[in-house]
Design a binder for this molecule. Structure first.
Ligand code: ZN
Length: 378
């Protein structure tokens, strides 16, 4: 076994400097210029170390999808990361990167800028030390937090040519569990149309869209089934125009999470078949599933390899399932073995207290490097 751990321990301060540079660059998903500038930085780091092939796929509105590739063997391993964060422009100025003896802090550090740097250094170490034929493609997208509308096709295209996919989303919980199952996600819009009328003069002529949507919402929420891992959340609600008008319009957005494809189809059908309780109102539903569930069957081979490698690195790995989706859902749905949660250890994704544990950085980078190494050497 190559001593990746020692390599990353030697490079820990360099890694932290790169994490600092990256965290201090704002990268909101919908800002093309800012996300592309962060990709420029990552490309400049990668090309200064390695003879890597760089490909960038531009999008008309969103940032590019970046591919960093090393090696040219037929067998490929795919690594997935995203540079975009949920934070707006100016966030890094308000609370820039900082660190103390144990942790490092800053917007997007845990989800997933530290993971990106771990991935980049893993590629660097492999490029220096992997002597057998190999090909590793590291995709870094800029639209993951908005469900990857532009990058999905590139991710799926590379996944189909890969024997394993490793996703650099943060590990879960204090123990840094890997993610071996993820829920599928659906987004639906519920629209209700009624008949407007003056609330004082013509109340009886009106058909209230708000009254109807209130009933519909109760039906939708009742589809939640915790035992099956199915949840529905009506997250936003709008309707009406003025307090003295019987409202003729109301709409709501529904977030759906499911553990299986069966549930994805069942819930989609139920929502699409919603009928008005008041026959004078009309109900329509748009939207659909946007990410398939990542089923545990697709992750078990890689998780048992990770367990073994973790043991040799002094990490007692556990596995966990999560309701959050990632780009790993796309690759697992294609039938490609996928393991997620291989990024940073810390807490506070999408929250102000977001942090990563510094001592875990070399170990998790080593776990990733070993996992990739194993795909080509076993
Ligand atoms: Zn993420």
């Amino acid at each position: 076994m190559t001593d990746f751990l020692a390599y990353f321990e030697r490079h820990l301060e360099d890694m932290l400097q790169d994490v600092e540079r990256l965290v201090n660059m704002d990268t909101p998903s919908r800002n093309r210029a800012l996300t592309n500038a962060a990709l420029d930085f990552l490309v400049s780091r990668a090309t200064s170390w390695m003879d890597a092939q760089i490909e960038r796929h531009a999008d008309a509105q969103l940032g590019d999808t970046l591919k960093i590739r090393i090696g040219n063997a037929n067998k490929q391993v795919l690594v997935l990361g995203h540079v975009d964060t949920v934070w707006p422009e100016g966030e890094a100025l308000r609370r820039p990167f900082r660190r103390d003896a144990e942790c490092a802090y800053g917007p997007g550090i845990f989800d997933m800028k530290c993971g990106l740097v771990q991935g980049l250094y893993a590629l660097r170490a492999l490029d220096e030390q992997l002597q057998v034929p190999h090909q590793v493609c590291f995709i870094i997208n800029t639209d993951e937090e908005i469900t990857s509308p532009s990058s999905r096709k590139w991710i799926e295209e590379e996944a189909k040519r890969s024997s394993a996919v490793f996703v650099l989303e943060p590990a879960l919980g204090a123990a840094g569990a890997l993610k071996t199952a993820r829920k599928g996600v659906g987004r639906f819009q519920l629209h209700v149309a009624g008949v407007a009328a003056h609330s004082g003069i013509d109340h009886v002529q009106g058909v209230s869209a708000i009254e109807e949507i209130a009933r519909q919402i109760l039906t939708v929420q009742r589809l939640t089934d915790y035992e099956r891992g199915t949840t529905l959340n009506v997250g936003t609600l709008t309707g009406g125009t003025a307090v003295n008008i019987v409202p003729d319009q109301a709409s709501a957005e529904i977030d759906v999470r499911v553990s299986t494809q069966y549930e994805a189809e069942r819930i989609t059908q139920q929502l699409m078949n919603l009928k008005p309780e008041n026959q004078e109102a009309s109900v329509s539903v748009t939207g659909g599933m946007i990410r398939p569930p990542m089923m545990r069957e697709r992750t078990q081979r890689l998780f048992s390899e990770a367990l073994e490698i973790g043991g040799s690195l002094g990490i007692t790995l556990t596995e966990a399932s999560t309701g959050g989706a990632s780009d790993g859902c796309f690759t697992a749905a294609l039938g490609v073995d996928t393991l997620d949660g291989l990024g940073a250890v810390g807490a506070g994704a999408h929250a102000y207290h977001e942090f990563v544990r510094i001592c875990e950085i070399p170990r998790r980078a080593a776990l990733l490097a070993e996992l990739i190494f194993t795909q080509f050497t076993k």
